[in-house]
Design a protein around this ligand. Sequence first.
Ligand SMILES: Nc1ncnc2c1ncn2[C@@H]1O[C@H](COP(=O)(O)OP(=O)(O)O)[C@@H](O)[C@H]1O
Ligand SMILES: [Mg+2]
Length: 273
Amino acid sequence: MKESATAVPESAARQPAIRVHNIEKSYKQLHVLRGVDFEVRPGSVFALLGSNGAGKTTLIKILSTLLKADAGTAVVNGFDVRTDPLRVRESISLTGQFAAVDEILSGRENLILVAGLRHIRQPGQVADELLERFNLTDAGSRRVATYSGGMRRRLDIAMSLIGQPKVIFLDEPTTGLDPKARLDVWKVVSELTDAGTTVLLTTQYLEEAEYLADRIAILHQGRIIANGTLAELKELLPPATVEYVKKQPSLEEIFLALVGEDTSDETTSGARP
Ligand SMILES: Nc1ncnc2c1ncn2[C@@H]1O[C@H](COP(=O)(O)OP(=O)(O)O)[C@@H](O)[C@H]1O
Ligand SMILES: [Mg+2]
């Protein structure tokens, strides 16, 4: 399908914010993505769930134009990542697993720096609003080097909001954080969509997908092997009847039932004899 390269179509609001069709990517012999398909509704949180090495970052890099796919199409905010990478970049932000904050600068200075790069008027005011929103006002004038992991990640997400991107990619936003910091990041992410922002996040944590996402897709062996709301995914497994009490399957049980035949690779469950 062809997308207009000059303007977002009027009906854009009803079109998917992200459309991924048959994306393939190999690194030499390693066929990482083998035909990935999904769509993300505007203003929703979509979780891409997969084990370490499943190809989540590879896909995020393709969608944010940092990497070219070998085959397939991806359209973000109505713009094709292959033919219109500049427009895609203007309408997205990307927060990686490793925070992109400058350690030497304070939190406030980091925000002002990014606001300046994006030609925002009144960068100081924007910085102060974001510090407040992300509960960093007290730490705002301190060097980032003194921040905890959770504070850095919050600052990183705050920086990614400058310029009001329509689509935000969060690549494993809570990996490496302690449970308290993880909860803080969850809170921040769950508020992002209030302003109509679309969030695509990747995670290895089932409970993170369960907590945050409107829809969850499981990436396994290069393909999306399940895609739905939590309720839909739960229907993939019938409830087990234990002593006449119906027990709903957890997302973890669904995940393991779907991918469980091969726990040989990078999966960390390690429960197999
Ligand atoms: N630049 C690269 N060159 C070669 N192999 C890579 C490269 N980047 C990633 N890989 C490999 O591709 C697979 C998928 O990686 P990645 O997309 O980072 O997975 P995930 O983010 O789900 O952990 C892994 O086996 C990884 O080692
Ligand atoms: Mg990754």
